[in-house]
Ligand binder design. Structure first.
Ligand SMILES: Cc1ncc(COP(=O)(O)O)c(C=O)c1O
Length: 381
């Protein structure tokens, strides 16, 4: 029998798989995992078909189809008023996840420290550990989920190689303000600290607030890998396609890892999205679309016993159950799935120490009929 010493002994099955499996087993409605249950645009689907029929079915260029990179440079100009060179600043990836994995693995060495804020999306720490790095966890201050920059300043030292920010934040549903970026700039000036900015929810920002991308900050941009996902912007999470924007020197390193993890991303979808982007700016309607969903959901549950936490962005709503039970959040979430037939994600799953503030995450990227079912159950709890 071979002996295999795990490189990730602490990593088990993700909470998303656990809760989705439990939801299936108990026939519960699934508001746990973050994916829409509605279709993407018909036009986009037809374009994918067209490019498959046109036989654009062989390997794409390693950095991605040029037309798509060009469309993304045009978009960045429109949205963030920056000039990007599609040749050496944009790389198409197999979703945000591969973008994050490649950025970390091409820069982090044995013993390098990487700061991540908790609750944290779950792919950051394993990628750091596989690279031999050391995750340095900093909790966002509950219940506002603000970054305590004084604390960050204390954690930074000569071993700090990277800081990961997630804006808008999943699962905290918080967005960063200009002042946050100013603080980040102040703390990193004169250092070689890199920034990984996970902005996969860039279009899902509510209440007339705007997304403050790291791309808009001249100094920070020079040290940043900025990761995006078409899955979130076009309701196609299963296509696993995204991109990374980084200055030429960083892109050059990024592509060294990228070319040996996926080499290139599937070709017909890249052509289809490029053409779709040239025809339509419909990502501009996403904030309104999702804000309506958020408002529908919270209006429906406003008289429930849950406390509704503010949601500034992403497609998740956090609910505190501190007035309902003092059970551990994982136990409570499992019990709701089994007994009440509604699945959510306990926030402790996003903390390395399983910090439990009695908060559950519900995904509202769902059709009204499914949200109605969820609302009915939540009101009965
Ligand atoms: C914060 C965050 N980053 C990255 C990703 C991964 O994106 P993708 O599905 O494109 O790999 C997700 C997906 O849920 C996410 O929520």
């Amino acid at each position: 029998m071979i002996q295999l010493k795990s490189k990730l002994p602490q990593v088990g099955t993700t909470i998303f798989s656990v809760m989705s499996a439990l939801a299936n087993e108990h026939n519960a409605i699934n508001l746990s995992q973050g994916f829409p249950n509605y279709s993407c645009s018909e036009r986009l689907k037809n374009l994918v078909n067209e490019y498959i029929q046109k036989d654009m079915n062989q390997y794409a260029p390693m950095p991605g189809v040029y037309e798509l990179r060009k469309a993304l440079a045009d978009k960045a100009k429109k949205l963030y008023n920056i000039e990007l060179n599609p040749n050496d600043e944009i790389t198409i990836t197999a979703g945000g996840t591969q973008a994050i994995f490649s950025a970390i693995n091409t820069t982090i060495r044995e013993g390098d420290e990487v700061i991540i804020f908790e609750p944290a999306y779950d792919c950051y720490a394993p990628a750091i550990l596989l690279a031999g790095g050391i995750p340095k966890y900093i909790e966002l201050e509950f219940p506002e989920y603000e970054i305590n920059w004084t604390h960050v300043a204390r954690v930074i030292n000569s071993k700090t190689k990277m800081i990961i920010i997630n804006n808008p934040n999943n699962p905290a549903t918080k967005i960063l303000k200009k002042q946050d970026l100013e603080m980040l700039d102040k703390l990193t000036q004169g250092t070689d600290i890199l920034i990984l900015s996970d902005e996969v929810y860039e279009h899902l920002v509510f209440d007339k607030k705007t997304h403050v991308s790291i791309l808009m900050h001249k100094n920070l941009r020079e040290r940043s890998f900025v990761c995006f996902s078409f899955g979130k912007s076009y309701h196609v999470t299963g296509w696993k396609i995204g991109y990374t924007i980084a200055p030429p020197k960083l892109t050059n390193e990024f592509r060294k890892a990228h070319q040996f993890t996926v080499f290139a991303v599937n070709t017909p979808i890249q052509y289809a999205i490029a053409q779709y982007m040239n025809e339509s700016d419909d990502y501009n309607t996403l904030s309104k679309f999702y804000q309506e969903k958020r408002d529908y959901f919270i209006k429906g549950i406003k008289n429930s016993r849950f406390e509704i936490l503010p949601c500034e962005g992403s497609y998740f709503q956090l609910l505190s159950y501190k007035n309902i039970s003092d059970e551990k959040d994982l136990d409570f979430a499992k019990r709701l799935t089994i007994e009440k037939k509604i699945a959510s994600i306990p926030l402790s799953a996003f903390y390395n120490k399983n910090t439990d503030n009695k908060v559950l995450r519900f995904c509202f990227a769902k059709t009204d009929d499914l949200l109605d079912k969820g609302i009915e159950i939540i009101n009965e709890i």
